[in-house]
Design a protein around this ligand. Structure first.
Ligand code: ZN
Length: 367
């Protein structure tokens, strides 16, 4: 008799368990967001407990001209880093003025030039007879691209300015020397308490390519469990190899590859890094490189790939309808990551995400 009761009560628990599983599965199908918020809760806890660092601020700059280009200023504690100085020589005064608000000691600890295209190095040089960014600050260390096929005046002028700084005591390393920890260069630089700059391996540091963009220096800023990825103008072939050759984590922030072009920010990379925030340095809707609307930065192909991961996409500038000039989209985009706080985005013009902008509604689809 007792045996029978035990048997029926265990049957009861099995039925109860099956019902519970069915309910959980049904809830997952009907309301997946419940599960997402539960996982988020764990992630958040993880993020907050593993961050014990100084403040990190990343600025994606407007460049004072209609041309698309990159210039990204990073402040990690008291350490100042500048990645690229585009888009034209005339951008030098805009960048210098912006940096002067934050670089209180007149010195950039690290300057990184990702590759030799003019929209990334012109403002380091500046207009003839005027100061470039490299003339306006003391620089501790310059890290740049090991390979280039550039023979342009702007490239030569950049090298001349760099060598002039080296004569005055600035250290200069290529990204390959950094990756290999050679000649005094380091793969990982401690920028500030709990924040590091890590040079990633791009196979085109060592292999020839006909596409200058693939020569780009690739780097990660690590702040505990938070990661921020910068790949310059790296193209598909470079991105594929980057994924293969580096153990990339999921990232808080990804600087959209190559200004949001159709050939960068591909699935192979995005599916690994799963970015939460994407910042695009470009003049949206400008016909600088193409007359085809879908292919103007940020391209429809880029949006169609990135929309699977986040809607937090921000863009610096916007071309006017008549193409004669530019205005701010988000303006200067400032991403802040502090201990015990979620990563925040604050922009100089407005904080409207790309898909909610008037330009987007007129020119792009979120799909
Ligand atoms: Zn570029």
């Amino acid at each position: 008799m007792a045996k029978k009761r035990r048997k029926s009560s265990s049957k009861f628990f099995i039925i109860l368990f099956v019902l519970f599983v069915i309910c959980v599965v049904a809830l997952f199908i009907v309301k997946p967001e419940v599960f997402k918020s539960i996982t988020n809760l764990f992630n958040k806890k993880d993020n907050q407990t593993t961050i014990n660092s100084d403040d990190l601020t990343i600025h994606f700059l407007e460049l004072g001209v209609k041309n698309t280009g990159d210039s990204i200023y990073i402040k990690a504690g008291d350490t100042d880093i500048l990645i690229d100085a585009g888009s034209t020589k005339e951008s030098a005064s805009t960048i210098t003025k912006y940096l002067n608000q934050y670089v209180t000691d007149g010195k950039l600890e690290y300057v990184i030039a990702t590759h030799g295209d003019k929209d990334h190095i012109s403002a380091f040089v500046g207009p003839k007879g005027e100061s470039g960014v490299l003339d306006s600050f003391k620089v501790d260390t310059i890290i740049d691209f090991p390979r280039t096929t550039k023979t342009t005046t702007i490239y030569k002028d950049y090298v001349a300015k760099r060598e002039n700084l080296v004569k005055q005591g600035t250290k200069h390393f290529t990204a390959l020397e950094c990756f290999n920890n050679e000649n005094g260069a380091k793969r990982v630089y401690e920028l500030s308490k709990g924040i590091e700059l890590e040079i990633l391996y791009n196979k085109f540091y060592e292999e020839n390519t006909t596409d200058e963009n693939n020569n780009s220096v690739c780097l990660m800023i690590n702040q505990g469990s938070r990661h921020f990825l910068f790949t310059g103008d790296l193209e598909k072939e470079g991105e594929d190899a980057l994924v293969k050759n580096n153990k990339l984590p999921e990232v808080e922030l990804f600087k959209a590859g190559h200004h949001g072009s159709k050939t960068s920010s591909n699935d192979a990379l995005l599916s690994v890094i799963k970015p939460k925030i994407v910042c695009v340095c470009c003049c949206a809707g400008s016909d600088e490189y193409t007359k085809i609307d879908d292919n103007m930065f940020p391209t429809q192909a880029f949006i169609s790939r990135v929309c699977k991961y986040t809607d937090k996409v921000y863009v610096t500038s916007l071309a006017t309808e008549d193409q004669s000039s530019f205005t701010s989209m988000n303006g200067n985009i400032v991403v802040t990551s502090k201990k015990d706080q979620e990563v925040m985005v604050n922009c100089s013009n407005n904080n409207t995400i790309l898909k909610d902008t008037e330009w987007f509604k007129k020119h792009r689809k979120w799909e």
